[in-house]
Design a binder for this molecule. Structure first.
Ligand code: TXA
Ligand code: MG
Length: 322
């Protein structure tokens, strides 16, 4: 059913819709989420439908504090200490799930992804609610994640009644996913929480990194993801020009314009060469590409350390040709 989608800042209104089993887009520091009552099967079904997300791809459950996590997952004292230390923040913990979480949320997996987002309004909303929120990124499956309320409206207008406006996402790329259900902590997705900082906070080395692109680890990590509609090709402007001599060429670059094509045919991720800024702007820039008349975009990768690794991971998927 088509309906009007409203953007607003009213936490009570958001809570009312969610209690009625409706979906609400929520701001987080990483990206906006498409949220519904995680304990209600019918709300969770609505999420998969609105996103056109395959049911094999599990959802993350959002809550407001470490002590709440124990209601939904089994945690050892050591893991609870880690969660207390790392939360709230751009990180998702994969943990053995408890029965209250419907199998639909976890796509039948025995584990559940739990996240405590670092965003004032959303934490307030989560504290007000009697249930946690299941929320994937609020974009149609396979497209670029939204980092501001208008992005959600552009793509999901009519599919939910309310978007809680919490401004632009401060981190801008999705959470780092760490699997704590296995013998040894394993990183399943690079994201907003830098690995070196994570290692320092946890007091261990994270040598297990499995950025799988198929089941069963993180089924959402498909090769082709975050893909705008325009064709993106990894490489310098001259390399891509050689491959596509007749195409109208644009460029997505890190800090500097190239003189090889007009400046107006280029977008920068961070003129200051700041990886935090590049992460914050990444998805907005990818969206902007779809409103240009460029036929092919030469995509320059960023330095491959810290947040740069997570950015390059997204750029790899965005440039992947299915
Ligand atoms: O920053 C974020 O994590 C955002 C905000 C809204 O919190 N959410 C987000 O959700 O990125 P989504 O659904 O777009 O990505 C969740 C990823 C998927 O790759 C999914 O496969 C993985 O988490 N995931 C969820 N539950 C899992 C589980 N039990 N085991 C392994 N991977 C899981
Ligand atoms: Mg997503």
């Amino acid at each position: 059913m088509k309906r009007n989608t409203i953007i607003g800042k009213d936490i009570n209104k958001a809570a009312t819709f969610l209690r009625e089993g409706e979906l609400v887009a929520i701001p987080t520091e990483t990206v906006y989420g498409l949220a519904g009552n995680a304990l209600s099967r019918s709300s969770v079904v609505k999420i998969f439908e609105a996103k056109q997300r395959p049911q094999f791809d599990p959802l993350i459950v959002h809550t407001h504090s470490a002590s709440e996590v124990e209601k939904y997952a089994d945690v050892t004292p050591q893991i609870l200490k880690w969660i207390e230390k790392l939360s709230p923040g751009p990180i998702t913990y994969i943990l053995p799930k408890k029965d209250v979480i419907p199998d639909l949320v976890t796509s039948g997996h025995k584990t559940v992804g739990i996240r405590i987002p670092r965003h004032k309004q959303t934490l307030k909303l989560l504290r007000e609610l009697e249930f946690p929120l299941a929320a994937p990124s609020a974009n149609p499956f396979g497209y670029v994640s939204p980092t501001q309320a208008s992005h959600v409206l552009d793509q999901l207008n009519g599919k939910l009644p309310y978007i809680l406006d919490g401004g632009k996402a401060s981190v801008g790329i999705e959470s780092t996913i760490i699997d704590l259900s296995a013998e040894e902590p394993t990183v399943l997705r690079l994201g907003g929480f830098e690995l070196s900082e994570l290692e320092e906070a946890m007091g261990i080395k994270l040598t297990n990194i499995k950025l799988s692109s198929s089941q069963p680890n993180a089924p959402g990590m498909l090769h082709s993801h975050y893909a705008p509609k325009v064709k993106l090709v990894k490489g310098s402007v001259s390399e891509v020009r050689e491959q596509y001599p007749n195409a109208k060429l644009g460029a997505l670059r890190y800090t500097e314009y190239t003189h090889l094509i007009p400046t107006e045919d280029q977008l920068l991720l961070s003129a200051n060469g700041d990886l935090n800024e590049a992460a914050q702007k990444l998805f907005q820039r990818l969206r902007q590409l779809d409103s240009t008349d460029w036929e092919v975009v030469a995509v320059e990768f960023v330095p491959d350390y810290g947040l740069g690794k997570a950015i390059n991971d997204r750029l790899t998927r965005a440039t992947h040709q299915p």
